[in-house]
Design a protein around this ligand. Structure first.
Ligand code: DC
Length: 229
């Protein structure tokens, strides 16, 4: 099934979720939002007053918890539904607090190993689209279609602002810019699986593209790659 996998990597606000969900819906793929998994472990740490660098305790509580990722998004404006011990935490994991802390937790090698295994398992049974920071480089390096999205910082701030607004949250533009730049720096400079352009991927700058243009471009690349195999 590796053949039928699309990976979408890129920095915060580059438009990964929107396009990944649309591709999943229109091409009948399973949508795997790997960022939501790092966010879930971050929320677990915050709610249980665990030090964000205490990998052992975070993993212990994660393994004891009943975590369910429902990737079956009928409505592409929604994120993956995440259930923690039966409680819907889909909105909680999008909070500002989690957003500020998630880069710290996602730097931990044990956390990455644990989640990458889960992600590989999720992608092994069905044609899927994965989005994140290492899906084309580490989780599914032999995916048939690997995409790396970029967009300029102003556009990324605008998108993040819209996203916060949709979740009934708000933040100053300057603050959002700082948060994005800080996350970019941590995500790209960490030792374990930093955000990189994966080998063999197609880089797409989405700053001036419509979602439809983006969709058609990726769909064509995906179909071309399938034809070639
Ligand atoms: O895509 P997102 O904003 O939901 O991701 C949240 C954080 O999780 C991001 O700052 C870096 C981390 N992440 C990661 O390290 N590896 C992934 N595959 C996905 C996300």
């Amino acid at each position: 099934m590796k053949n039928k996998i699309i990976t979408i990597d890129g920095p915060a606000g580059s438009g990964k979720s929107t396009i990944a969900k649309l591709l999943a819906k229109k091409l009948g793929l399973i949508y795997i939002d790997t960022g939501s998994m790092y966010r879930t472990l971050t929320l677990l740490a915050l709610e249980n007053n665990i030090d964000l660098n205490d990998e052992e305790s975070i993993l212990r509580i994660a393994k004891k918890s009943d975590l369910k990722f429902d990737n079956n998004v009928a409505d592409e404006s929604r994120y993956t539904k995440v259930l923690l011990n039966g409680r819907d935490i889909s909105l909680d994991i999008r909070s500002k607090k989690v957003g500020e802390a998630v880069s710290i937790v996602s730097k931990l090698s044990g956390v990455r190993k644990y989640l990458v295994e889960l992600q590989k398992k999720m992608a092994s049974n069905n044609p899927s689209v994965l989005e994140g920071r290492d899906t084309g480089s580490v989780v599914c390096p032999d995916a048939i279609c690997k995409i790396y999205l970029t967009a300029n910082i102003e556009e990324r701030v605008k998108r993040r602002e819209k996203q916060l607004c949709e979740n009934n949250q708000s933040s100053l533009k300057e603050q959002i810019k700082c948060e994005i730049e800080n996350r970019d720096k941590i995500d790209s400079s960490r030792n374990d699986s930093p955000l990189i352009i994966p080998d063999g991927s197609t880089v797409i700058d989405t700053t001036r593209m419509t979602i439809e243009e983006e969709f058609n471009l990726i769909k064509n690349i995906y179909h071309e790659k399938i034809k070639e195999t």
